[in-house]
Design a protein around this ligand. Structure first.
Ligand code: FAD
Length: 339
């Protein structure tokens, strides 16, 4: 642990996804000392865990980069400033004494800080399963970490959201064949992606099949070989020979201990005040990124970056009483003390 016994950080950022990483950078750029905490052993949240090789096109100044490339850039930027990193660390309890917060880890350590920024995304995430026979066979995936795993494979992609559409577009030229099924013809993805998948289907680059669902996945020696799918209106059945099934039915999220910290939470989101730097109902506790909700919220990385910069500015105000000294820190770059 780098923190000396009585050291009090200026800002503890819980969650080291893209938004938490940006917050650490902006906090340090204001001359404050941040500690960045994540329950995982790696930085990057959803970008590095769920879609390291998917392209991201909607970040201003980035004409296109993968999830992992974005996290590499954020890491590079973070390493220009003085910060401390606590990966593999889970916070179980918050306590406040005077103006200081104590964050208690599950390993019985204490991290003291003046301000907290909560950026835990969707909480701890695990993929939603369909509960169909054969789902435990080798060759069934819920995320795509390496596109090459699916090169020259016969693929079935299940789902109608952004992830399913993204995987269709990323894999259509790599796979030997690609069928995409969805339980309805109402897709929940970005309109542009839906149109691109429809176009690819019309050109014969993949098969897009609305109203079809998995009935059963069958394998040989524990590995996927074929899948029976059925049309949920006509009840017609088909058997597809496949090597891999990618199920993209969303994620179950779990806020865990965070629900017991006295925060105002609705529908698994922390309610924040955007006119006050994304303040929560607890003193000197802000929340940003996917986990934070306010009227008009847009859940994107780029909007999370804006929230991070704003919360850093208001963190300075919370600590120093005003924002006069909060002008952009001219000291960049300085040596990082991250482990
Ligand atoms: C397949 C897919 C494609 C996407 N594509 C795009 C895109 O093209 N453009 C775009 O703008 N957005 C995209 N998104 C959404 C984007 O990834 C999220 O908006 C973004 O990751 C939110 O960042 P965050 O830092 O708030 O949360 P996250 O990335 O979820 O990071 C939260 C971090 O908090 C940690 N954490 C959770 N609970 C705790 C706890 N109790 N204690 C400590 N740490 C904790 C987690 O381990 C995680 O590392 C996509 C999402 C998916 C799933």
């Amino acid at each position: 642990m780098n923190q000396t016994a009585n050291e009090v950080f200026d800002v503890a950022i819980i969650g080291a996804g893209p938004v938490g990483m940006a917050a650490a950078f902006y906090v340090a750029s204001r001359g404050l000392k941040p500690v960045l905490i994540d329950v995982l052993d790696s930085l990057g949240g959803q970008c590095s865990t769920l879609y390291p090789e998917k392209m991201i096109y909607d970040i201003a100044s980035q004409p296109g980069c993968t999830g992992l490339e974005l996290i590499q850039k954020l890491t590079e930027q973070l390493n220009q400033i003085d910060h401390e990193l606590r990966l593999g660390t889970s916070i179980s309890k918050l306590e406040r004494e005077g103006d200081i917060w104590s964050l208690h880890t599950t390993e019985d350590e204490e991290i003291k800080t003046k301000v907290i920024i909560i950026a835990v995304g969707k909480g701890a995430f695990e993929p939603r399963k369909l509960g169909k026979p054969g789902e435990d066979l080798k060759g069934v995936f819920y995320t795509v970490k390496k596109l090459d795993v699916f090169a020259n494979k016969k693929l079935l992609i299940v789902g109608g959201g952004d992830s399913a559409m993204d995987w269709c577009l990323s894999l259509k030229d790599k796979a030997a064949s690609l069928t995409q099924i969805h339980r309805s013809d109402q897709y929940r993805a970005h309109g542009g992606s839906i149109n691109q998948v429809k176009e690819a289907s019309e050109k014969g680059q993949l098969t897009m099949s609305p109203f079809w669902e998995i009935k059963e996945i069958r394998g040989l020696e524990g590995e996927v070989r074929e899948v029976t799918i059925y049309h949920n209106k006509t009840k017609e059945e088909k058997v597809l020979a496949v090597d891999n099934v990618i199920i993209s039915a969303g994620f179950l999220t779990n806020l865990g201990e965070i629900q017991n910290w006295g925060l105002e939470i609705e529908n698994q989101k922390i309610i924040v005040d955007p006119s006050n730097g994304f303040a929560t109902n607890l003193p000197n506790v802000f929340s940003i990124g996917d986990i934070a909700h306010f009227e008009g919220k847009v859940e994107l990385i780029i909007t999370g970056f804006g929230e991070a910069a704003t919360a850093a500015y208001f963190s300075y105000k919370a600590i120093h009483g005003d924002i006069k000294g909060a002008a952009w820190c001219a000291k960049l770059p300085v040596v990082a003390s991250a482990k």
